[in-house]
Design a protein around this ligand. Structure first.
Ligand SMILES: *Cc1c(COP(=O)(O)O)cnc(C)c1O
Ligand code: SF4
Length: 366
């Protein structure tokens, strides 16, 4: 535990607006919280010319100052490896620009859209997929842009699921967020509203009763959050998750497989079991995307396949997420699985179980 903040009064610490106002966004502030060498300071300054930094005091307080490979630090403090360019890196690896019919909307799948309502986050994750835009400006969607996006959703009656993301929607004030959610809820063909947020992980005090009371009015709402390591599931984060679930909102988790942070079966297993303990359902585990400056986080695809194979059958099915690659160029999320089928024809399926034993299933006769 990092104790720079030990004299902060709890009423400040537990106020999300204090956390945002005191975010660590330059080397001077960071060096007060963490001891940095001159070389580290230099490297971080170089990175900040390219990608923005912001760390909430809460998240920074979780960094173990004696562990150079601390998973919290690796996700939040810039590393010089971000300056390395890879041939395969892209500004917009998921082709979100190409799939955007109107500003702020990405319409890739038949029945649902991604609605990006802000570019702001409380913490800028070093591995962010959308780092081409996130944090570039603190912009919240304007009234005019909101109208255009809402009109698009209203005209497209096939849209039954609106996924609000960004940036982080929960960094916005509750009233502004309510205005957006209420505008979506008015559209009769929209069935579920989903929110993607990392606030339970990086600023859990934002999950207030006031926010939950607001969301409850617009059910059915689903939330997905983004825990990558069991160290992030602190007592504060657990309270935040339980508040969401107790508001009747199903809470899922999407983690990213990150080299040196969580790329082992043991680490993923510990995370998933603790999520399920808190009634958070692991949803997707992502292969790291091809965004610029995150090449050092990428693992071989086989690592993810192996981890899921080593968990499937051994722990509750609820605790096993689906491993996906969000395909470059806008192909969407593609599940990548261990192949349990040894052979299959019209007569029978020969398959392997989780322990590697062979079993047969006869096909129905025609
Ligand atoms: C991930 C994503 C969705 C949601 O996909 P699900 O598989 O339903 O979770 C929708 N639109 C876009 C553009 C996405 O990237
Ligand atoms: S919270 Fe999400 S959008 Fe924001 S920096 Fe992290 S990964 Fe990117």
């Amino acid at each position: 535990m990092n104790n720079y903040y030990c004299n902060t009064p709890p009423e400040k610490w537990n106020d999300w607006k204090w956390q945002l106002a005191n975010k660590i966004d330059n080397v001077e502030k960071l060096s007060k919280v963490l001891t940095l060498t001159e070389k580290e300071k230099e490297d971080i300054k170089n990175c900040l010319d390219r990608f923005r930094m912001s760390i909430t005091p809460y998240y920074a307080s979780l960094i173990d100052p004696n562990d150079p490979k601390d998973p919290i630090k690796m996700q939040s403090v810039p590393s010089i490896a971000e300056m390395d360019d890879n041939d395969n890196d892209m500004d917009d690896p998921l082709n979100e620009i190409g799939d955007s019919p109107v500003p702020n909307i990405v319409h890739r799948y038949p029945d649902r859209v991604l609605f990006l309502i802000t570019l702001r986050c409380s913490m800028y994750c070093r591995h962010c997929t959308r780092r081409r835009v996130v944090g570039e400006k603190d912009g919240i969607i304007s009234e005019n842009e909101l109208k255009i996006a809402i009109d698009y959703i209203r005209k497209h009656t096939e849209i039954r699921d609106v996924l609000i993301s960004g940036g982080d929607p929960f960094v916005m004030g509750t009233a502004k967020l309510e205005h957006i959610i209420a505008s979506i809820r008015e559209i009769s063909h929209v069935d579920i509203i989903r929110i993607g947020t990392r606030v339970p992980v990086v600023m859990p005090m934002r999950i207030t009763d006031e926010l939950m009371d607001m969301l409850k009015k617009y059910q059915p709402i689903w939330i997905n959050t983004h825990f990558n390591h069991v160290k992030e599931l602190t007592p504060e984060a657990e309270v935040a998750c339980q508040k969401i679930v107790n508001a009747g909102i199903p809470l899922g988790n999407q983690n990213v497989l990150l080299r040196g942070i969580n790329d082992s079966t043991k680490t993923i297993k510990d995370l998933m079991l603790k999520l399920v303990h808190n009634r958070v359902r692991p949803y997707y585990m992502y292969q790291c995307d091809l965004s610029k400056g995150i090449g050092h986080f990428r693992t071989n695809v086989d690592t993810g396949v192996k981890i899921i194979h080593e968990l499937t059958g051994f722990i509750s099915g609820y605790a096993v997420p689906r491993f996906v690659i969000d395909a470059p160029a806008g192909g969407g999320k593609i599940p990548i699985n261990y192949n349990y089928v040894i052979s299959k024809d019209d007569k029978e399926v020969v398959m392997e179980n989780y322990m590697g034993k062979t079993f047969y299933y006869p096909q129905p006769e025609k």
